[in-house]
Design a protein. Structure first.
Length: 215
């Protein structure tokens, strides 16, 4: 049975610089061809934070810069955002940020990886606002249950959206699964996160930003 895609592939042209960074050999970028190597790094690393759908990587990169003792990982399907983040990694020389160019559905939901995370971040995932497309949402009931299985004993999920109906849906799923909500103020890592492109768009449009932290 074909899995449901949680994203719509956007058309984008990579610059020569972006193509080069994506295609060259390095120790911080992985894809379907090197999936097993990425999984091994996940399994062998401790103090792990993963952002799923990191977009242009602003928040993820800043967190990695500010917290060198934590191992950060990011999964993203859009080549442009991955390339931009790769350039930042190369220019800064940081060693605690690894990226995977591909779909989290294929990597984590349609199979099991023997690893646990201390934090999973979902910052403004595609809301698929049309009712007929709601099934494509990354944080559906079944998906959330699977993502929670990847949490360590102290692990948490951080979700932020500017789409109220999506926020209401996730809150209902959380209540149905009897999750434990946490106070963001108690977690310095999450305070003052760099605004993503979609967060800036949501604020400009006057939409309410909803945030949930739970385990």
């Amino acid at each position: 049975m074909r899995s449901i895609r949680s994203f719509a592939k956007a058309r984008s042209r990579l610059s020569v610089k972006h193509k080069k960074i994506i295609n060259q050999e390095n120790d911080f970028l992985f894809s379907a061809n090197s999936k097993s190597a990425f999984e091994k790094i996940l399994q062998s690393s401790e103090n792990k934070v993963l952002e799923i759908g990191f977009g242009e990587g602003d928040s993820l990169f800043e967190m990695a810069i500010d917290n060198p003792e934590i191992n950060f990982f990011g999964i993203e399907v859009y080549e442009t955002g991955v390339a931009r983040t790769c350039l930042k990694i190369e220019e800064s020389g940081i060693k605690n940020l690894k990226l995977y160019l591909g779909d989290a559905v294929d990597l984590m939901l349609n199979k099991d990886i023997e690893t646990k995370f201390d934090l999973l971040l979902f910052l403004f995932p595609d809301p698929w606002h049309k009712r007929k497309h709601n099934k494509r949402r990354l944080l559906s009931s079944d998906n959330l249950k699977k993502f929670r299985s990847y949490l360590s004993k102290k692990g948490l999920i951080f979700f932020r959206t500017d789409w109220q109906e999506y926020a209401d849906s996730v809150k209902k799923i959380c209540n149905d699964q009897e999750v434990e909500f946490q106070e963001i103020e108690k977690f310095p890592l999450l305070k003052g996160l760099t605004h993503t492109k979609y967060q800036r768009k949501g604020i400009k449009a006057g939409r309410t930003i909803s945030t949930f932290l739970f385990k």
